[in-house]
Design a protein around this ligand. Structure first.
Ligand code: ACK
Length: 262
């Protein structure tokens, strides 16, 4: 069961100027019933600073593990270059390996550790958005968030390891055979199922960064959506749309959204 919480305790007041939330006066902190996903529309932007304890107590029931920076250094061999997987939009990603010697209850498995770039407050906000969304959403076509680290100024995320990396890499890597059409269809269907799950959820989610580099592939080319740093709660009830600051990646966002922000 997910414990009720307010975003008051999670979002430092320094974000107030950063986040272009629409009609802030209408924002109400709604009561959460058991099992209902905590939504970003429940955010209240005033309040004290974020602490790691605030997050972990708020996400009880989501099965997220809280890692220390020292533990993540051990599992990635101090973020060695030999474990480096690539540079994402929000920071470098390294491979690591966890097991129950690190923490009781951890399944032995390879993981990907993302170290968020914290220039300005944007990196922290994207980290927090990802923890809140991926910490509560589980689906075969969404990458699994295993845990996170929030220590001093460090913000990291620990995901299940996806053996074949990103679809972008599979499509554009120089020296590899091109993907067969059947595999491409499987990937497209998987990614679409991930999006459909987000859109059809009781509290819909707008992903806002759908592109080949954010679609990860496991050994049998099952596609999983990753990188929820730009995700946003979708319209609920009678609402027909949400208005947002235009976000995403140039060339991927729908033209009508870029023009209207709706
Ligand atoms: O294309 P890639 O090999 O797959 O290089 C990028 C890089 O990190 C920056 O995003 C890889 N990556 C990201 N998340 C994961 C993950 N969960 N499992 C494996 N590789 C990942 C991505």
């Amino acid at each position: 069961m997910i414990k009720k919480f307010t975003w008051k305790s999670l979002v430092p007041c320094c974000f107030q100027a950063e986040i272009p939330l629409e009609e802030p006066t209408k924002k109400i902190v709604k009561k959460q019933s058991s099992f209902q996903r905590i939504s970003v529309s429940d955010i209240s932007l005033s309040g004290p600073s974020l602490s790691a304890d605030d997050i972990s107590s708020s996400l009880i029931g989501s099965n997220l593990h809280v890692f220390t920076l020292a533990e993540l250094k051990v599992i990635t061999q101090s973020f060695s270059t030999s474990n480096f997987l690539g540079e994402g939009g929000f920071g470098p990603v390294h491979k690591g390996f966890i097991d129950d010697k690190l923490k009781p209850g951890l399944k032995a498995q390879p993981v990907a550790v993302k170290l968020m770039n914290l220039e300005g407050t944007q990196g922290h906000r994207e980290w927090l958005t990802e923890v809140i969304f991926l910490g509560q959403l589980r689906h075969p076509h969404l990458v699994k968030l295993i845990g996170y680290c929030c220590e001093d100024e460090h913000r990291l995320l620990v995901y299940e390891y996806m053996v074949r990396g990103s679809l972008e890499n599979q499509l554009f890597r120089r020296y590899s055979a091109s993907l067969p059409w059947l595999t491409r269809m499987k990937i497209a269907l998987g990614a679409a199922k991930g999006l459909a799950f987000l859109h059809e959820a009781e509290k819909p989610v707008i992903y806002r960064d759908f592109k080949a580099s954010n679609i990860l592939l496991d050994s049998d080319y099952t596609a999983k959506l990753s990188d929820f740093g730009l995700a946003k709660d979708g319209p609920e009830g009678d609402e027909t749309h949400v208005s947002t600051r235009v976000m995403g990646t140039h060339g991927y966002a729908a033209p009508e959204y870029v023009m209207t922000g709706k």
